[in-house]
Design a protein around this ligand. Structure first.
Ligand code: PLP
Length: 479
């Protein structure tokens, strides 16, 4: 029931308010980490007495659904959960004997070729050590190796088009800093990779979400959003989109590029997953988005194709843009680690072999997770992505946050859909990555089944109307 509705007779108003907030947490309209409005603000908004709000907050704290944090107020949580356990960075489990399963990160362990690349890089380091070690736009050999990879994909590229940055997320932050001014609108898929959305928000962007659901991208919707909101930048993940796994085909790329051109809007395209095609797409992989729109700023990375521990990514841009992007980068960092860059050069030299192995192993992992889910959670729906690292599961009920909370108690960490949404919702969805150790999948799915049963059995997590969130600023709620 709406929080402002009169409580049923006999139920004290503070109890009804606490129950309402708890229900919103359970059905995903509020997320763990959300900061509740100040007692004074909520008193005014709801027109109830201050004591009602104070006692409601006290009740939530007593039950474990909230914690008081100095400086931030009252923060929602699940009973028994530590703070921020649902962070997309995950609990970083490293102990192989630990039977917890971390499904929060879509990332794989290092490929077999890593140590060979490191040895080769160390062999070259002596020569570099005679210089000062700064290569602000990137090590020349790496810029050339990255450019070559684009040429191999059919997109003419020179080293002068490449700016090396410490990862694709850093690349998004650099573009945001160079291109976004406070109040600018930026088009972005919803759901999307949340850290990139945060990087844009950090520069004051007002994000305009466009859907990328089961059917992928909808060009008329994109064109309408462009006309309505006149954004200068559109952030897209057309290649095995995180979290949905969707792949934009060539015709859609051409149509989206035309719509962006008509709207005088530059594409910021994140190709972090582009090399992780798992099924050898019939007719070949789509051409890089930048082939359709020369002004495109493309982000790439070593993180998912090779290893996240190599903090090397890049921005591919028109030559005339690279100096401005470099100026933005230099407010954050004077470039990457030479050792990482040298390792990246050697990994890229061995890319065909390493990527063939990675694709084969991801294919096995994806198929194993799909089979387990179909057996043990047959009502969860998902498309099987032809690449990338994640399954985007739709539960019949809007209880993904409650399932994530219950799963956490059982030692499985998953990220509910709301974390990937622009502006809330996605209460039916959970993202399940298959990038980790498939040996853990059977345990994980069995616990997810128990978590799902527990969430279904909890009356407060049953379906509720999808009212827009009105408690405070949605953006400020995501921990
Ligand atoms: C779409 C997307 N972009 C960027 C990143 C982060 O990449 P990096 O480690 O290179 O910063 C991720 C990681 O999950 C991602 O999924």
């Amino acid at each position: 029931a709406p929080l402002s509705e009169a409580p049923p007779t006999g139920v004290p108003a503070y109890r009804a308010l606490a129950a309402g907030i708890r229900d919103w947490l359970m059905d995903g309209r509020l997320v763990p980490g959300a900061i509740l409005p100040s007692e004074r603000a909520l008193t005014q908004t709801l027109g109830v007495s201050r004591t009602t709000v104070t006692r409601a907050y006290q009740e939530l704290v007593k039950e474990g659904y909230a914690a008081t944090r100095r400086g931030s107020g009252t923060v929602l949580r699940f009973p028994g959960a530590g703070p921020n356990r649902l962070s997309p960075f995950g609990p970083q489990l490293t102990d192989p004997d630990d039977d917890q399963v971390d499904f929060t990160c879509a990332a794989s362990a290092a490929p077999a070729g890593l140590m060979t690349a490191v040895d080769a890089a160390l062999g070259e380091l002596g020569a570099h050590a005679r210089g000062i070690g700064y290569h602000p736009r990137g090590l020349p050999t790496l810029r050339e190796a990255v450019a070559q990879r684009y040429r191999d994909r059919g997109l003419p590229t020179d080293p002068e088009n490449i700016l090396i940055v410490p990862g694709a997320l850093a690349g998004a932050a650099v573009v945001a800093r160079a291109r976004v001014q406070a109040g600018d609108r930026v088009l972005i898929e919803s759901p999307t990779y949340p850290n990139a959305a945060q990087a844009l928000r950090a520069e004051g962007a007002r994000l305009v979400g466009i859907g990328v659901g089961g059917g992928g991208w909808h060009v008329p919707e994109i064109a309408a959003a462009l006309r309505r909101t006149r954004p200068r930048l559109a952030m897209l993940i057309p290649d095995y989109h995180n979290p949905t796994g969707a792949l934009m085909d060539d015709d859609t790329r051409a149509a989206v590029a035309a719509a962006l051109r008509a709207g005088d809007c530059t594409a910021l395209v994140d190709e972090t997953m582009a090399e992780l095609d798992l099924d050898g797409a019939a007719g070949g992989r789509p051409t890089p988005f930048a082939a359709q729109a020369a002004s495109t700023l493309t982000l790439g990375s070593m993180s998912k194709s090779f290893w996240g521990g190599i903090r090397v990514g890049w921005i591919r841009a028109p030559r005339s843009e690279v100096d401005d992007l470099y100026a933005a980068l230099s407010t954050l960092s004077l470039g990457c680690s030479v050792i990482d860059e040298l390792v990246a050069v050697h990994l890229l030299a061995d890319a065909d072999r390493i990527l063939a192995e990675r694709r084969a192993s991801l294919r096995r992992s994806r198929d194993a997770l799909v089979a387990l889910l179909r057996t043990h959670l047959p009502t969860w729906e998902f498309g099987v992505p032809s690449g990338g690292l994640t399954l985007w599961c739709r539960l019949p009920e809007p209880i993904a946050v409650a399932v994530a909370g219950q799963a956490e108690r059982l030692g499985v960490y998953v990220v509910p859909g709301v974390r990937f949404s622009i502006g809330g919702g996605m209460a039916h969805h959970l993202r399940l990555p298959y990038a980790g150790d498939p040996g853990s999948f059977a345990t994980a799915v069995e616990r997810l089944r128990r978590a799902y049963d527990a969430a279904l059995a909890a009356p407060s997590s049953l379906p509720a109307p999808q009212d827009p969130v009105t408690l405070g600023e949605r953006d400020a709620m995501i921990a």
